[in-house]
Design a protein around this ligand. Structure first.
Ligand SMILES: *[C@@H]1O[C@H](CO)[C@@H](O)[C@H](O)[C@H]1NC(C)=O
Ligand SMILES: *[C@@H]1O[C@H](CO)[C@@H](O)[C@H](O)[C@H]1NC(C)=O
Ligand SMILES: *[C@@H]1O[C@H](CO)[C@@H](O)[C@H](O)[C@H]1NC(C)=O
Ligand SMILES: *[C@@H]1O[C@H](CO)[C@@H](O)[C@H](O)[C@H]1NC(C)=O
Length: 419
């Protein structure tokens, strides 16, 4: 009897589980009850938590879906409706995890193109994720892409809490956001033969590039038409060295806290090696946990970040941190992109050195990835964000037309584009 009722209970819970995670019911934006006016901080919003049992679902499964609350679709130009999707993914430590993405539907969708746009938010603070921050400051690129009739997927690729880390987790979260979005298919006006591509600049390129490296193993059913990445930081240690003492010194606390986020021992090591007293101390350094990237740049501008550590820069040479960075960050060691790639970079990029990005290009060219690499004679890291946007959009427009329109081979060209 006991066994029988346990069986019944098991059956009922399996059924409930299957129903809960079946084909998503896409909420109607015109029904006011689907569109609450208040949007809460991610850390206060139950939407950002995974339902029990989510670990058993397959990566990319939609776990929660809602019309984005408040006026997001009004704030973002050329947008008719925006959805928040909580989906199953896999963490940097290759364990079940979850993340949120925002899917923007254009006013006049072509139905033929989906752009996965990885935004460079670079912060350990989940309350500054794009699904929340875009209510205040949506990037111009988003409105432009929607204006072209493309659906735009903007994953919180650093995860709500679970994904964490850099590189691997960001790539997997990006791939699963695309799976989740594609599974909404015709509900969002996406044709069966729609093409999809990725775009990311700087911290966004980290998520895109890792997605491209990991795709063949992790999501072999996906077929991206292309990937545009700019200002690509292939080596995070180099970024820390280059930005220390500059206006972007905040990269050191931002990057080091993000990298160690899901590795408690490494995080503890980092924190234990911060000085407790003096003007450059632990309390000041860890303020970064509640900052957006621009806030961190303003706060730490010009500072010598090594001075926060008892043993200076040597802290990053400790095996616990060096192995973490070596194993989860360097681009070009986890896989080969199965799609044409557009890389664009300012020659005078002072954050992500162009020579290192060229090394990645050479590595991929040796295994016959089709790459167009543009070296811009104008501008720096922040400059190329704007200077390169038009070129990236144009290239993405071409790959959405079809593979036959994209140059094959390994092409490097110098351009002079500045505004
Ligand atoms: C969006 O809503 C906020 C309040 O949540 C308001 O301050 C803002 O003016 C609104 N923006 C637009 C474009 O409607
Ligand atoms: C809307 O799309 C048009 C056409 O692509 C574009 O020119 C415009 O800048 C976009 N508007 C916004 C607010 O992004
Ligand atoms: C990354 O950059 C650092 C700092 O310049 C350098 O010491 C290290 O050798 C580089 N690592 C790789 C794999 O290129
Ligand atoms: C930490 O640094 C801040 C800013 O320099 C300073 O105001 C504070 O007194 C320092 N704390 C300690 C314990 O020294």
């Amino acid at each position: 009897m006991a066994t029988f009722s346990r069986l019944v209970i098991t059956f009922i819970s399996l059924l409930a589980f299957a129903l809960a995670f079946s084909i998503p019911h896409v909420p109607d934006k015109n029904n006011p009850s689907n569109n609450p006016s208040v949007h809460l901080l991610p850390t206060k919003d139950p939407f950002y938590t995974a339902p029990p049992g989510y670990e058993a679902t397959s990566p990319g499964t939609i776990l929660r879906l809602r019309v984005a609350p408040g006026n997001l679709s009004t704030v973002v130009g050329n947008c008719s409706v925006a959805y928040h999707i909580l989906y199953r993914t896999t963490s940097t430590r290759y364990r079940p995890s979850y993340a949120v993405t925002t899917l923007y539907v254009p006013k006049t969708p072509s139905g033929k193109a989906l752009l996965s746009y990885q935004y460079p938010y670079n912060t350990p603070d989940v309350d500054r994720s794009p699904s929340y921050d875009f209510y205040v400051a949506p990037p111009a690129d988003l409105g432009e892409a929607l204006g072209l009739g493309w659906l735009v997927n903007v994953p919180d690729h650093q995860g709500p809490v679970g994904v964490g880390g850099m590189g691997v987790g960001q790539g997997l979260a990006t791939l699963d956001s695309v799976r989740a979005t594609l599974s909404m298919g015709t509900h969002i006006g996406l044709h069966d033969d729609a093409r999809y591509a990725m775009w990311g600049y700087s911290g966004g390129s980290i998520a895109s590039e890792w997605a491209a490296e990991l795709q063949a193993q992790y999501a072999p059913e996906l077929h991206f038409s292309g990937m545009a990445i700019g200002g690509t930081p292939t080596n995070i240690s180099s970024v820390w060295v280059e930005t220390n003492g500059t206006p972007y010194a905040g990269m050191v606390p931002l990057g080091s806290t993000v990298v160690t986020k899901v590795y408690p021992e490494a995080y503890a090591y980092l924190v234990d090696h911060l000085k407790v007293a003096g003007p450059h101390n632990r309390t000041e350094f860890l303020r970064v946990l509640h900052m957006s990237a621009p806030e961190a740049f303003a706060f730490f501008a010009g500072q010598d970040m090594w001075d926060y550590f008892v043993d200076g820069r040597a802290v990053f040479e400790a095996p616990i941190l060096r192995h973490l960075v070596d194993g989860t960050f360097y681009m070009g060691y986890h896989g080969v992109p199965q799609m044409p790639v557009f890389m664009y970079h300012a020659i005078h990029d002072e954050v992500a050195l162009i020579g290192l990005a060229e090394q990645l290009r050479e590595r991929f060219c040796r295994v016959h990835v089709d790459i167009l690499f543009e070296r811009n004679t104008v501008g720096d890291h922040i400059g190329e964000l704007t200077n390169g946007a038009g070129r990236a959009l144009a290239w993405l427009g071409t790959v959405f037309q079809g593979k036959e329109y994209v140059d094959s081979g390994c092409i490097v060209r110098e351009v002079t584009v500045g505004f």
